[in-house]
Design a protein around this ligand. Structure first.
Ligand code: ZN
Length: 297
């Protein structure tokens, strides 16, 4: 009888499959090569168990179940959401970088949770400012401290039953967050990096970290998809949901909300209905996308 599980790690031709609290070390049958299907970390699979006595237990991946989505970097399937972790302070968030993260996730159709850490170090006005900037950005906002177990419970609720990509710049407290939620992760990560250091293969290994029943995290060190290669400057405005209620009232159809006359978005900006910080990051990213086009085409 095949059982269903989830591929949580892929190392040297083996797949580690998590099923009902047990990890099975599996080979993928040749049939996938014939079908040109490559199982990915995050794939839901059916496995035939071949050995329940060995440690780890063993099996064969028999069938890939339908894949909902896949990311290239990190190369992982069936991602439900992304948690973007930034510090409120020490270091203060780079709005430009944060907006790139949001655009990059939106572009992939992955809902983002914007999680601000270090609440214990922040003052009220800093939190109020961030709420003002991101309150209408279309994603969920969380203010937490990895040192406060109560706020970590809020994070747990948001992650429960899902596979979540966790990303953020250095200094945001990502390691503390992951170690809190996945107590086994630290050790595994250490073991894995030793293996990589020993071998010549420098391919970055992706793994799902177990954070509770049907709950997995993907730690993404150096998330690099910040260049927004495939976004046209004219399409950028679609990634700012707070512009949407006004955009239809601009004088020109296809208004980019920059120098155009009678722009309803700029009017809303002047009236304080749109965050100036978000608008500024929009104009900066717009200019960068335009410039890149001029250089490379
Ligand atoms: Zn406009």
């Amino acid at each position: 009888m095949p059982v269903t599980g989830k591929i949580i790690k892929s190392i040297a031709g083996f797949y580690e499959v998590y099923s009902g609290g047990t990890i099975y070390r599996c080979r993928a049958k040749g049939v996938f090569r014939a079908l040109k299907q490559k199982p990915l970390v995050g794939d839901d699979v059916e496995i035939d168990i071949t050995d329940t006595v060995s440690d780890p237990k063993e099996g064969n991946v028999a069938r890939l179940l339908p894949r909902r989505n896949d990311l290239i970097r990190p190369n992982v399937a069936n991602v439900d959401q992304a948690l973007l972790l930034f510090a409120i302070t020490n270091p203060a968030p780079s709005y430009n970088m944060l907006d790139r993260f949001l655009i990059s996730m939106d572009r992939r159709g992955i809902p983002a949770i914007l999680c601000f850490n270090k609440q214990d170090l922040a003052i009220e006005t800093q939190i109020r400012e961030l709420t003002g900037v991101y309150g209408n950005c279309g994603c969920r906002l969380l203010f937490i401290s990895t040192r406060n177990p109560e706020s970590m419970e809020e994070v747990r609720v948001v992650l429960k039953g899902k596979t979540t990509v966790v990303t953020g710049p250095s200094g945001a407290g990502k390691s503390s967050l992951i170690n809190f939620l996945c107590p086994g992760a630290k050790m595994e990560t250490g073991e894995l990096s030793r293996k990589i250091a020993r071998g010549k293969n420098t391919t970055r290994h992706v793994e799902l970290l177990h954070a509770g029943e049907n709950t997995f995290l993907v730690d993404t060190p150096g998330f690099t998809s910040l260049y927004l290669q495939d976004v046209e400057a004219e399409d950028l405005k679609a990634y700012y949901p707070e512009f949407t209620p006004y955009a239809g009232h601009c004088r020109f159809q296809g208004c980019n909300h920059l120098m155009e006359p009678d722009c309803a978005v700029k009017k809303a900006l002047e009236e304080g209905k749109i965050s100036r910080i978000r608008y500024t990051s929009y104009t900066e990213i717009y200019a960068e996308l335009k410039e890149r086009k001029a250089v490379y085409r």
